[in-house]
Design a protein around this ligand. Sequence first.
Ligand code: NAP
Ligand code: GLV
Length: 326
Amino acid sequence: MSKPKALATRPLFPAAREILDRNFDVEYWPVQDKIPRAELLQRVAEKDALLCLLTEKIDSELLVAAPKLRIVSTVSVGYDHIDVPACTRRNVMVTNTPGVLDETTADLAWALLMAVARRVVEGDAWIRSGTWPGWELDQLLGGDVYGKTLGVVGFGRIGRGVARRALGFQMRVLYFNRTRVAEQTEKELHAEFVGLDRLLRESDFVTLHVPLSAETRHLISADAFEKMKRTAYLINTARGPVVDEAALARALEEKKLAGAALDVYESEPKVYPALLSRRDVILVPHIGSASVETRTKMAVMAATNAAEFFAGRRPPNALNADVLHS
Ligand code: NAP
Ligand code: GLV
């Protein structure tokens, strides 16, 4: 019997290819660069499965172009790039890669938090410029991390991982979430459930971990910066549009907060121009989950989701399991 046909929008990694090649007749986009939209629409046309990344928009246009498609398996936990209801309407299963990237992404949030508070990137640039005159009492003074208040917005897998790391820094942890977590989890993480207003007013570090949705788009905007402490820092490793970048740039200019560290942007790969020249901002290129181990696990997980589906089983990370019953 012939194997189902799959399109993978990147070459992926050997461990994931091994699973895909065993189960599918696979066409791989041959380079580690974004597949042009026209190529994607053309190559997906006769495919049964699509393995994609978060940079590819999976919308009605693509679904119409791919009438045989049965599954979209994204190599990411976030799925705001996929119109899941449109997939469900066309009986297309959608899967993602939750869990395997939590610790790696929480590590990056902490790397950004520490770096922005202690001005690590500015220090590095100064040394490399050859103009550092040697130790002085008032050089590159930042903010303390130890013993401060951490505000976690979105207390899911990654948000809780970030809070767990704060235990070692003896921090007070406030969290804002759609639903309150179990009392036992709050106790273990020394975390207090508060409204967003209070979190913004009392936190020294505000770290974002909500998915992008209609409710979370521009959750952090001009109004939020009015509430934050002037000495506070914002860290965003969630999704760019959760923050109004223009409002952030204005707030930094007006010294309404002390700094920001961003991994994600409103219109990736573009960055709001006024942020690029600011010394109180650290910018990294959406590398939250970018460790060798974690990216490999994500690709394997995405390949497994697709293979399980075509083996007639429920994929481990189905986002619209109702498709199986229709
Ligand atoms: P998760 O476990 O689903 O956690 C998300 C949390 O946000 C949940 O606790 C959820 O509350 C809460 N939430 C959702 N909508 C909310 C709202 N309107 N107001 C308040 N809280 C809300 O997801 P995760 O695995 O931690 O990932 C979170 C996001 O991080 C992903 O969606 C992705 O966009 C981003 N991410 C980025 C990177 C990177 O490379 N920078 C890597 C991984 C993930 P409930 O529990 O009540 O639903
Ligand atoms: C990365 O941003 C992800 O959603 O996996």
